[in-house]
Design a protein around this ligand. Structure first.
Ligand SMILES: [Ca+2]
Ligand SMILES: [Ca+2]
Ligand SMILES: [Ca+2]
Ligand SMILES: [Ca+2]
Length: 122
């Protein structure tokens, strides 16, 4: 299904395909209720996902269901390596590691840990 929605981008209001208006890409739908959760897009803290409860554990304005760091406030949702885990809570913010595997539990993910099995060295 293709439909156009109104978004704000860098302060300007534009109309674009829904695919272009993905939340988190700098485009925020402002009209209607795309996800049909009863919360109008402009005030929905997660406009493209059904989250009528609007839960936001870390109170950063981004709803839990679409927050890339659910427990660490990061309103900008910065994610340099594009692995779905925000920089603020990524154990390897510069390396793509969606699994966040960290065998020695030292807080440094295996992919950026020079000694992934030794918690004293990273
Ligand atoms: Ca929603
Ligand atoms: Ca949040
Ligand atoms: Ca990341
Ligand atoms: Ca580690």
């Amino acid at each position: 299904m293709h439909r156009n929605v109104t978004c704000t981008m860098l302060g300007a209001v534009i109309t674009a395909g829904l695919g272009l208006c993905l939340y988190g890409c700098g485009l925020t739908p402002t009209d209607g209720d795309i996800d049909n959760d009863g919360i109008v897009n402009g005030v929905d803290n997660c406009p493209l996902l059904d989250n009528a409860d609007q839960n936001d554990v870390d109170s950063d304005g981004i709803g839990d269901v679409c927050d890339n760091c659910r427990n660490v406030p990061n309103a900008d949702q910065a994610n340099a390596d594009n692995d779905q885990v925000g920089d603020a809570c990524d154990n390897c913010p510069g390396d793509f590691n969606p699994s966040q595997e960290d065998q020695d539990l030292d807080g440094f993910g295996d992919v950026c840990d020079s000694a992934p099995l030794n918690p004293l060295i990273h």
